[in-house]
Design a protein. Structure first.
Length: 301
């Protein structure tokens, strides 16, 4: 049976629905010897800011049951170095490019978006979990008004479709999705990491220098599936579902919840071949179940 794994996301054709979570795959260079990045529907880059960010002090990664915690602090070389190395690498590959954008203020977000206007980039994913320094450090993504405003400002300058990446650390994820939709977002991605803490009882110290960090991995998948389902039934925007995906069965679960695409994150660290396995698993599942197109099972519940 002939199957079609391709999806259209914000008008951009993808050969399959699989991408990678920002910060877990670099921009593909680090995985080039393990994974044929051209097999991916898209590569989502690490977060990039207007100027270099040093990130948080170490230790900033800790293992935990069913996943890991990180407080890397979005370390990145800044937009100019990113364009020279990461985009130069990716534009030679037959895959779509999604750039993750971060900033500490409206001006920083807009500055990166403006710099990317004429670059060979297909989509922009806006990381609104960054602390808003002008509002006392509260993240843009936990206040509906702030989220709507930053979405509006980015949308004014963006030449590419914008994906607002939602934080799960909120009272009601649907309120945040509706705020992004009201601000003009073209799509949403969710979920980002869940804030957690780990204490080393031998050292009597925090496992992370930052004290708290973002929990990711299989432990958060049920929360992610629930939030993706809620959002997909509340707004009319395409969604990239993520949070604990480690096998093709997980990916199918997110698609059935309503996601158009899926993003693989923490699983890349313990199995660099996992994205290829997930793509192959989706293909085998479609053949076995007699599914010609993923639209047949998307949002089927």
């Amino acid at each position: 049976m002939q199957i079609d794994t391709s999806v259209t996301f914000c008008g951009v054709e993808m050969k399959n629905p699989v991408t990678v979570a920002s910060g877990t795959f670099g921009s593909g260079m680090e995985y080039d010897e393990f994974v044929n990045v051209e097999r991916l529907g898209a590569v989502t880059t690490k977060g990039v800011a207007l100027t270099p960010w040093a990130g948080n002090p170490t230790p900033r990664i800790a293992e935990t049951y069913g996943g890991m915690m990180n407080a890397v602090g979005l370390q990145n070389p800044g937009i100019e170095e990113f364009l020279k190395k990461d985009i130069e690498f990716l534009k030679k590959k037959d895959t779509r490019i999604i750039v993750n954008v971060c900033g500490h203020s409206e001006e920083e977000y807009v500055g990166v978006v403006e710099r990317l206007q004429e670059e060979p980039v297909d989509l922009l994913e806006i990381n609104v979990s960054c602390p808003n320094v002008k509002e006392g450090g509260i993240a843009f993504g936990v206040d509906p008004a702030a989220l709507q405003h930053i979405t509006e400002e980015v949308k004014k300058k963006a030449k590419q479709p914008i994906i607002m990446k939602l934080s799960p650390n909120v009272t009601n994820i649907v309120d945040m999705a509706k705020a992004a939709e009201a601000g003009g977002a073209d799509a949403l991605s969710l979920i980002n990491t869940i804030t957690g803490m780990k204490i080393d009882i031998r050292k009597r110290a925090f496992a992370l220098a930052n004290r708290t960090g973002g929990l990711s991995g299989p432990a958060i998948k049920p929360v992610a599936v629930r939030m993706v389902y809620q959002v997909c039934h509340a707004v009319d925007l395409p969604v990239i579902g993520m949070g604990g995906i480690s096998c093709w069965e997980d990916a199918i679960e997110f698609i059935m919840a309503g996601a158009t695409m899926v993003s693989v994150g923490t699983a890349n660290f313990h199995d660099p071949f996992v994205t290829a396995k997930i793509i192959e698993g989706i293909e085998d599942y479609m053949k076995h179940e007699g599914i010609k197109d993923l639209s047949e099972i998307r949002k089927c519940l």
